[in-house]
Design a protein around this ligand. Structure first.
Ligand code: SF4
Length: 378
């Protein structure tokens, strides 16, 4: 089996009770069948507590006030403390915040943006992300319908996208436009069963002038301010249509929209520039994160453009969450707020498969979220 991880993966360390949030509240923790069987046979006080605090039908830990039944007042896990350490965890708790994408013969592991400690590594480190590869003797799992040819092309395209995105000589908006257009063009070849033509497409996007070309294209965009506003509002509307995982999320979104709208109307100019608070490097690190994590999953859905749109829309929405706070605080918001906003976003969107699918589906509306409209938001 082969493995790929981002270079900051090994730097992760859980901050435990010092964590500004906790991964044991705000969502249902699903228990895998192996752990469930183990919990059923555990004896003593921990065994008794497990019997009462597991919803055996849903296979989840019970929650009180949105918090896991085993999360104590110090935000520490009683199951860990009283059940003999990490071996007492179920798979979800043992793995989090590691996120695993499985492909035939390859496991890609990232750290989830929803964990504050991981989000700091993802967003606040300026080093361009590198990816490390390893291999062990574990046998590859068989995926009978795995489309290797498509996967190879997706991997090649993603490699080129990351290369374009990390070319810091160019403005972020031109780099982002180039990778979105590349995914769009690749999708056309996937839809026409013309993947044999993918290599010449990748060669075209490898040209040194590609970002300059997109910079000019963005400069000559014919999209009105009202249209741009409509697309931005459309992205927020998508968020509002997703299932809510934390009870304060939709109220927070309403406040954000109100702040953004009022600022547009009042034309207020906060003191510190927004690009100092949410930098191009942060935007790059986020987009690299989303593309690395999700793009190659298109081998299962055949929707490479959808994965890219989901990635870019996520970065743009997180940027707007930060912008609202920047406006609300008259520019005095700290750069650390980007970490908080990214975590909140990830907890709502990334941790629900239903939400990810719905968002990808709604972004598929080319009338509302076509190339030009998305370009206009950059
Ligand atoms: S969210 Fe991250 S840092 Fe916080 S308790 Fe969970 S793993 Fe640790």
């Amino acid at each position: 089996m082969q493995y790929t991880v981002p270079h900051y993966y090994k730097k992760f360390s859980c901050t435990g009770s010092a964590c500004p949030d906790t991964c044991c509240a705000g969502w249902q923790i699903q228990i895998d069948p192996g752990s469930l069987k183990r919990y059923r046979h555990m004896k003593g006080p921990v065994g008794n507590r497990l019997k009462n605090e597991i919803n055996w039908r849903n296979r989840t830990f019970r929650q009180y006030g949105g918090r896991c039944a085993f999360l104590n007042d110090e935000n520490l896990c009683d199951l860990y403390l009283e059940g003999g350490g990490e071996k007492a965890f179920c798979r979800t708790c043992r793995t989090y915040p590691r996120h695993i994408e499985e492909f035939e013969g390859l496991r890609e592991i990232s750290l989830s943006l929803s964990c504050p400690a991981a989000a700091e590594l993802i967003l606040l480190d300026r080093t361009p992300v590198r990816f490390l590869h390893a291999e062990d003797d574990r046998p590859d799992e068989e995926y009978p319908d795995f489309d290797f040819f498509l996967f190879t092309k997706l991997e090649d395209a993603r490699g080129l996208m990351l290369q374009i995105l990390q070319d810091r000589k160019e403005p972020f908006r031109a780099r982002a436009a180039a990778v979105l257009a590349l995914a769009h063009d690749l999708q056309q070849r996937i839809d026409r069963d013309a993947l044999f033509a993918a290599d010449s497409l990748l060669a075209r996007y490898s040209s040194p002038g590609v970002c300059r070309w997109f910079s000019n294209r963005l400069g000559s965009l014919d999209v009105s301010k009202e249209e741009r506003e409509r697309t931005a509002a459309g992205l927020f509307l998508i968020l509002r249509r997703l299932e809510e995982l934390r009870p304060d999320w939709k109220a927070y979104l309403r406040d954000v929209r109100r702040t953004l709208k009022n600022a547009v109307h009042a034309g207020r100019e906060p003191q510190r520039t927004f690009s100092e608070v949410f930098t191009d490097v942060m935007a790059e690190q986020l987009l690299v994160y989303f593309i690395f994590t999700y793009f190659c999953g298109a081998v299962y859905s055949r929707n490479a453009y959808g994965k890219l749109k989901f990635s870019l829309a996520s970065v743009l929405l997180i940027r707007e969450l930060v912008r609202a706070e920047w406006i609300r605080t008259d520019g005095t918001v700290s750069s650390g707020y980007a970490v908080e906003a990214a975590c909140r976003y990830a907890r709502e969107v990334e941790h629900s498969d239903i939400n990810k699918c719905r968002m990808e589906e709604m972004l598929g509306d080319e009338e509302k979220f076509g190339l030009e409209q998305m370009f206009a938001l950059l």
